[in-house]
Design a protein around this ligand. Structure first.
Ligand code: MSK
Length: 610
């Protein structure tokens, strides 16, 4: 028996399992692993909120009480006349309840458009509880259980939804409540953020909990003096991957890079400590670090790596632990050898939470998605693409992200980004309005100039893809772009994905009605049925689909084709870039360079005086 690996057409396992069943099982298990990882991150934040509300979490406090109250009201928790910590306690306990919920519906599903909820209910896709759906996949894909590939893939969708409309949403909301809801700020990105005369500490992984405390510890006067004693001019904290995104979007902590920068950062010889929490941490790090002086420090009770130092995180003593880690890094500074820091950095403006986008578009008195919907309806914006996900060593780092962003901006597509995709854009300057506007098509440029928003919006880490779901719901609720997520001219892409979480994200987005394209390769290519079913089968069933496309050029073609098809279905004008670009700051600057006669001709189509 096993391993269940079929290589020839028509072959079956000794139990009779077909390649369709085995491929569907593998996919569902990957989705479950991704959903479990994201969701467990959400669970840990609920425990941190609980400890904070009880006054037991050293160094933490509720930073966004308004979001807490709003969430409490959504969950039916009494807020009138109650202390903020009392409300926090109830919210934390209610969110913890989502994990063990056995029946009914996860409450955040209510945020979806009515039509979508009806469809989910009809198809029995509404997740009952976060842990329940993950366990269900592990059970039904055990030998001798569910053998119908379509049925297995339905449960993959429901499990993905327990992440997107469950665990990840908990993670995003509670991170905002504990550490602040992001709004735009200026920061720096790329390996050049490391300093050759300061103690450099990198935080890597996904959770903001310890890194926020390490940030606090790096400004402790005693530790700064201690760093000076050891010959350093200060302490620099920077991030890698999504821990970086978490601290970047809220505190402006510089980002040293994305997934494939983790080894490169150590190779600079300038990193005293790389502090890791959970997910996307390469086992190669401690071995690599042996060639330099870097200490790799694991901190999660779930993650130990042979060769790394383990200092376990405990929110009850978070600040003390953070100070201990910073002190260790300072002690390591005199052990530095040669240092070679690539002198590349770019300014970035991240921090576009859905709350901020709403405010940015409408202002404080009439916050609304109306201007965005209007821009899509008029054709100034052809559509919206979410560029998310990882790097993958099978592909030149960031090359697909870069190509797609440039091509789509040119085609008047507004980009929203999270995770390592957002860092890829930041390293090239695309998260700076001015830089990106140089590449934007005429309609997109007009919209950005009128609203003040950049054409590439950094919305956070990979759990924050839930912010994109929320934006889609708000776009639908605003009206004019259909009555379901599947109507909106939008596509999700993860061109350099590698993590099982990407499959969970793709599944909940497709189940929510979005077209999702994943790059690199198709891990399901062994089964034509499964490959086809995730595409055509799911599109028929839920209006969303997953496709694997290797070539970025083909991705662009399919994205634009899909957006144009959705525009047509909504009876919107066909995309025509010629209609726009005759207004805005950029056009004004261009006109000011002309002579008065030429200017009159350009504006009125005839010389002045005629
Ligand atoms: S860190 S899951 S490599 S986005 Fe979120 Fe980056 Fe992908 Fe990890």
């Amino acid at each position: 028996m096993g391993p269940c690996r079929l290589t020839k057409d028509g072959q079956t396992g000794i139990c009779g399992a077909t390649i369709e069943t085995i491929t569907a099982r593998n996919f569902a298990r990957a989705v479950a692993a991704g959903a479990a990882s994201h969701s467990d991150h959400g669970r840990d934040l609920a425990f941190t909120l609980l400890a904070t509300a009880k006054g037991e979490a050293q160094g933490y406090k509720i930073r966004d009480p308004f979001k807490l109250i709003k969430l409490a009201q959504e969950l039916g928790i009494e807020t009138e006349g109650r202390e903020i910590n009392e409300i926090g306690l109830d919210v934390a306990e209610t969110c913890l309840g989502f994990f063990g919920q056995q029946t009914g519906e996860l409450p955040f599903v209510e945020r979806a458009p009515e039509k979508r909820k009806e469809l989910w209910r009809k198809l029995d896709l509404v997740p009952r509880g976060i842990d329940r759906e993950v366990v269900d996949v592990l059970h039904r894909t055990h030998m001798g259980d569910d053998q119908d590939p379509e049925h297995i893939l339905d449960q993959a969708m429901r499990t993905g939804m327990s992440d997107g409309w469950g665990g990840s949403m908990v993670a995003t909301d509670l991170s905002d409540i504990l550490f602040g809801t992001p709004s735009p700020l200026v920061a720096e990105m790329n390996l050049g953020v490391l300093k050759d005369d300061e103690v450099n500490i990198l935080v890597h992984g996904h959770e903001p909990t310890l890194s926020e405390m390490i940030l606090a510890a790096t400004s402790d006067p005693e530790l700064l003096d201690y760093a000076k004693e050891k010959g350093a001019n200060g302490i620099t904290l920077a991030g890698i991957c999504c821990t970086s995104n978490e601290t970047l979007v809220r505190q402006g902590v510089p980002s040293a890079g994305n997934f494939l920068h983790q080894e490169l950062a150590i190779i600079t010889g300038a990193v005293e400590a790389m502090v890791v929490d959970v997910q996307c941490i390469m086992q190669a790090l401690p071995n690599l670090a042996e060639n330099f002086h870097t200490q790799v420090i694991t901190t999660s009770p779930k993650v130990k790596i042979t060769g790394a130092t383990h200092i376990e995180f405990d929110e009850h003593r978070a600040l003390d632990i953070a100070k201990e880690i910073v002190r260790r890094a300072i002690d390591n500074y005199p052990n530095r050898g040669d240092v070679q820091i690539p002198q590349f950095t770019h300014d970035v403006v991240p921090g576009f939470s859905h709350e901020y986008i709403n405010y940015m578009l409408g202002g404080s008195y009439r916050a609304s998605f109306r201007p965005l919907n209007d821009a899509v309806m008029s054709g100034r914006l052809r559509g919206v693409v979410a560029n998310v996900g990882c790097n993958n060593p099978r592909f030149t780092q960031d090359a697909a992200h870069d190509y797609l962003v440039r091509e789509l901006l040119k085609n008047d597509v507004l980009m929203v980004e999270t995770g390592c995709g957002a860092i890829a854009s930041g390293k090239r300057g695309y998260l700076l309005g001015e830089t990106a506007l140089e590449m934007a098509g005429p309609g997109l440029r007009e919209v950005c100039e009128a609203t003040g928003m950049p054409p590439v919006l950094h919305m956070g880490s990979c759990v924050d893809n839930t912010r994109i779901l929320t934006v889609l719901c708000q776009v639908v609720n605003e009206g004019g772009l259909g009555d379901d997520i599947s109507d909106v001219p939008a596509v999700g892409i993860a061109p350099e994905w590698m993590s099982e979480k990407a499959l969970a994200i793709a599944s909940y987005c497709a189940a929510s009605g979005a077209y999702v394209i994943l790059g690199i390769n198709n891990p399901l290519e062994g089964s034509e049925f499964v490959t086809d079913h995730l595409s055509k089968g799911w599109e028929e069933k839920v209006g969303g689909k997953i496709e694997f496309v290797v070539e970025p050029e083909e991705m662009v073609r399919r994205i634009l084709e899909h957006i144009d098809k959705k525009r047509e279905a909504l009876n919107l004008p066909a995309y025509d870039p010629e209609k726009f670009g005759k207004s805005g700051d950029w056009r004004m600057e261009e006109l000011m360079e002309l002579t008065p006669e030429e200017r009159a001709e350009a504006i009125y189509g005839q010389p002045a005086g005629d």
